[in-house]
Design a protein around this ligand. Structure first.
Ligand SMILES: C[S@@+](CC[C@H](N)C(=O)[O-])C[C@H]1O[C@@H](n2cnc3c(N)ncnc32)[C@H](O)[C@@H]1O
Length: 200
């Protein structure tokens, strides 16, 4: 297990490792809709990094998102092994978002950070966003989402043992601004929200 991860993330990574090793790789599909369709069409030329790629749920939608070059990153060994076997034409690596800034300075043309911040302790948000921003080319865009505190009531039984992080949109937006991201599009739902941001 990567030593850079917080205890909360390690707990989550172990959970996903166990689930995948038990053969539980069924999840709801992701697709591009009017909010996300073509979001990477005009992005700078570097790859789009799918941070916390999990079992690669975003991959079927990559073309509709406008992704030309892809790298999947996840600290879960089982996720990366599963993705390498399932999507042999694509690149994947075991890593932590905290390491991307040093490993890949100004390299990525865009990013996906989907259903990952729920495992990120709020006290680590600045470290995480700073590393992410360092890894991006100016003009890169990214899609991220987070759960609002009201989500706590809806966590399913399987995930109830995990410590979850909840974010208020304004707080996350402030943190993003501190790291030179600007909000492009925002979509709020009852218990979660989604943002498309640009690296400035
Ligand atoms: C809920 S899953 C989401 C998977 C995928 N993005 C999706 O939406 O289907 C969260 C993923 O984030 C990964 N993760 C947790 N902490 C991470 C970190 N610090 N850096 C990168 N990925 C992380 C976990 O291993 C897990 O695969």
């Amino acid at each position: 297990m990567l030593t850079t991860l917080s205890p909360q993330e390690r707990e989550a990574v172990s959970f996903y490792d166990r689930r995948i090793r038990a053969g539980d790789t069924v999840d709801k599909p992701l697709w591009a809709d009017d909010f996300t369709y073509g979001m990477f069409r005009d992005h700078p030329d570097g790859p789009v990094v799918d941070i916390g790629c999990g079992i690669g749920r975003a991959i079927p939608a990559l073309e509709a998102y406008g992704v030309r070059d892809y790298l999947g990153v996840d600290p879960s060994e089982a996720s990366v092994t599963y993705c390498q076997a399932t999507f042999p034409g694509l690149k994947f690596m075991i890593s932590d978002v905290r390491l991307l800034g040093e490993l890949y300075p100004m390299y990525f043309g865009g990013f996906l950070l989907l259903n990952v911040l729920m495992h990120t302790p709020e006290k680590d948000l600045d470290v995480v966003l700073s590393s992410l921003r360092k890894s991006l080319l100016p003009g890169a865009s990214g899609l991220l989402n987070a759960n609002k505190p009201a989500m706590a009531e809806y966590i399913n039984d399987a995930a109830k043992s995990l410590t979850m992080s909840y974010y208020v949109p304004e707080r996350l937006d402030e943190a993003l601004k501190r790291h030179n991201f600007e909000l492009d599009l925002f979509r709020e739902e009852d218990v979660s929200f989604m943002m498309i941001v640009n690296a400035i």
